[in-house]
Design a protein around this ligand. Structure first.
Ligand code: ASP
Length: 439
């Protein structure tokens, strides 16, 4: 890219540098800690004799406001991010491969109810959790991805099996779960993914959708009308299982649906409005049907996908991403996270994991675009990442962010939303996490 926009970018990068990561427990941050963070995330790094190995993670981007994030919740999320960094660092410190570091970190976040992946996955329009994940090894250019799985506790592990134990790159739905079973990965009951928070998030999204659909002159839906999907079971009880959904240990069929006739959309769940939408105007995204995850506790809009990128002591760059997608997504919708080159990508010099409104990240091939700018334009990684997030995506309304590392261990974490859960750990083993723009 021409250098004409470089000064402006440069300014924003420098301005962002000190803000990207704050030491865990910002209130007690020391100058030494701040200097370390600054160094770890330097945007224009000096030439280095030796690459700096390390791990960078995200837990989703979006509209995250301090006033709506309770101290307890913030502390719990920071603790989970720290634990993920520590899990990955433990692998890297003993000379382990980035593949193991990335999967170890992502597993921690998948097991946490606070992030939109694994246990904390959001619900789709039909009240079902559909999970996607991907992993890519930059040196070998091998990759594995799964999409639309419903019974896999740690989808990142299944993505790795696809990469290492199959001739394929991506497997979806029933086929992916049959492969999991053949690999000895246990299938969990769909109720494992039920959380009250996510259920309420879906109810709110459905109410908003109904309110938007009310014809002019009619009274808008205030959100107090009954949910269009069955209400959740009482606490401690299994969540509702949509008609036709099998027990988790049986061969999976399309959850929540009777099978559709070939070429036909799946039948609507009883009591629900048809799920088909008019096609969007050319160039527009049909955003009304896909709301960012609305956190029912905080009221914030956030995406919440998790991801990790690592550079190990042997110079292997790996990127991985895992998600429940977007609240109220339609059955079968797949976002950017498992799409190699969109939400997840790694090559020998650059690795990226994304979070945000997936449709934009797919159409703008965000992860690969960043790495292509590094490769073809010789841009420093932070600059390449900033161009794509703040110029390319922001211009078209594509909300979100990325974490990225290059083969020297330089890190970038740009986001065009108000916050992004994120963290970094380097060779010194001191994890740093941040959520907001301002520490
Ligand atoms: N990118 C994810 C998707 O569109 C959502 C997220 O980042 O939370 O599926």
């Amino acid at each position: 890219m021409s250098s004409s926009f470089t000064p402006r970018l440069h300014r924003s990068l420098l301005a962002g540098t000190a803000l990207l990561l704050a030491p865990l427990g910002c209130a007690t941050s020391t100058q030494a800690g701040a200097a370390r963070d600054e160094a770890a995330l330097r945007m224009d790094p000096p030439p280095q004799a030796k690459p700096k190995w390390g791990l960078v993670i995200h837990g989703g981007a979006g509209v995250i406001s301090r006033e709506n994030l309770s101290p307890e919740r913030e502390a719990a999320m920071r603790a989970a991010l720290t634990q993920a960094l520590q899990a990955g660092h433990a692998v890297l410190a003993k000379g382990g491969h980035s593949l193991d570091a990335v999967t170890a970190a992502i597993r921690v976040l998948e097991d946490s109810p606070y992030f939109n992946a694994g246990k904390g996955a959001v619900f789709n329009h039909d009240g079902v959790n559909e999970l996607d994940a991907a992993l890519m090894d930059g040196k070998t250019r091998t990759a594995g991805a799964v999409a639309g799985v419903h019974h896999i506790q740690n989808p990142i592990d299944l993505a790795r099996r696809v990469m290492e134990q199959s001739p394929h790159v991506m497997m979806v739905g029933e086929g992916a779960e049959a492969f999991a079973r053949a690999q000895g990965i246990p299938l969990v009951d769909a109720k494992y993914f039920y959380t009250e928070e996510r259920w309420q998030g879906l109810q709110r999204a459905l109410a908003q959708e109904r309110a938007k659909a009310v014809p002019q002159g009619s009274a808008p839906d205030t959100g107090t009308s009954p949910p269009v999907t069955p209400p959740p079971a009482a606490p401690g009880q299994p969540p509702p299982v949509a008609p036709g959904q099998p027990a988790a240990t049986q061969p999976p069929a399309a959850p929540g649906h009777a099978p559709a006739a070939p070429g036909k959309p799946p039948p609507a769940v009883p009591g629900q409005p048809p799920t088909t939408q008019p096609p969007p105007a050319p160039g527009k995204s049909p955003a009304s049907s896909l709301e960012p995850g609305v956190d029912p506790v905080t009221g914030d809009h956030k995406f919440g996908t998790v991801g990790a990128v690592a550079l190990d002591q042997e110079g292997n760059l790996v990127a991985g991403t895992s998600t429940g997608g977007m609240t109220n997504k339609r059955f079968g919708r797949v976002g950017d996270s498992p799409i190699i080159g969109a939400g997840t990508y790694a090559d020998e010099r650059c690795a990226v994991s994304a979070t945000g409104h997936g449709e934009f990240f797919i159409r703008y091939t965000v992860a690969r675009d960043i790495c292509a700018r590094v490769e073809y334009q010789d841009l420093p990684l932070p600059e390449a990442a900033n161009v794509v997030i703040h110029d390319v995506l922001a211009k078209v309304g594509g909300e979100g962010g990325v974490i990225a590392m290059d083969h020297q261990g330089n890190v970038a974490m740009p986001f065009n939303s108000s916050g992004m859960y994120r963290g970094y750990v380097g060779e010194d083993g001191a994890p740093t996490v941040a959520i907001f723009r301002q520490p």
